[in-house]
Design a binder for this molecule. Structure first.
Ligand code: PEP
Length: 254
């Protein structure tokens, strides 16, 4: 059975001090729900603060809340100044890693081949990769969306075993919707998620039903419930609206 996942991508926001404050407010307002997992992706330098703050006032860990990093290198160690590896992220307390976020693809030139190597590195380290994919506005206007996202899916997952494929997470994030205030309609998101699931079915048969496919792109507390009701939308990856505890708590409760 696939899980409902609500994931917060903080991008380059919230250092350790801000993370401690966020976690205090989040922990105070968080009600765990058995039907969903919450995953926070702080900057890597803030993982320890997020981990320390992921506790109730009585010190017990918040159930259903996990941490992830926003990127890893495809190698496990070595001379890669400024990079962090899967084993390091795991050691710091991460369970998940974002791979191929459109900002990494567009601003840092990340390729499908690198995404595939990063997904494999994640699996080696015991991290669940969240493979991000999505079309640009120009590709959408040329009617290339299905071709683009299925290509990114196949390429990004190409180094994984069937079992690893089944436990990976996919995030459909149309580039034109990220940070723009322009959200895909629930029907649009649903249609692309259905296409992605059908591509997964070609790779792993019926086990495609177990893979969570998240939507990302200007999701907010105001539209989260509608998006989550859409068929084949198994959760959300949220940037801007995850940066304050109040907004994020509303989305977690949607
Ligand atoms: C993201 O960066 O993954 C994202 C979805 O951002 P936003 O919610 O701000 O559009």
């Amino acid at each position: 059975m696939r899980r409902r996942i609500l994931a917060a991508n903080w991008k380059m926001n919230h250092g350790p001090t801000a993370t401690t404050g966020f976690m205090r407010d989040f922990a105070a307002g968080y009600t765990e729900r058995p039907d969903r997992d919450v995953v926070l992706f702080p900057p890597a330098v803030s993982i320890a603060a997020a981990r320390a703050g992921s506790r109730r006032p009585d010190g017990t860990p918040l159930a259903g809340v996990a941490l992830g990093v926003q990127n890893i290198h495809w190698e496990d160690r070595g001379a890669f100044t400024g990079a962090i590896s899967g084993p390091m992220a795991r050691d710091a307390g991460a369970d998940y890693v974002l791979v191929g976020h459109s900002e990494r693809r567009q601003l840092f030139g990340e390729t499908d081949e690198q995404c595939a190597a990063k997904c494999a590195a994640a699996e080696r380290a015991g991290l669940t990769p969240v493979l991000c994919l999505g079309e640009t506005l120009a590709q959408r206007e040329r009617d290339e969306t299905a071709w683009v996202v299925v290509g990114q899916l196949r390429a990004g997952l190409s180094a994984l075993t069937q079992q690893e494929l089944t436990t990976s997470v996919i995030a459909y994030e149309p580039v034109w919707a990220i940070g723009t205030g322009r959200t895909a309609t629930p029907a649009d998101a649903s249609e692309i998620h259905r296409i992605l699931r059908s591509a997964l079915r070609d790779l792993i048969g019926d086990r495609a039903e177990d893979v969570s496919i998240l939507y990302g792109g200007s999701a907010t507390a105001a539209n989260a419930a509608d998006l989550l009701r859409a068929p084949d939308v198994d959760g959300l990856l949220v940037g801007g609206a995850s940066l304050t505890a109040a907004s994020w708590l509303s989305i977690c409760a949607a």
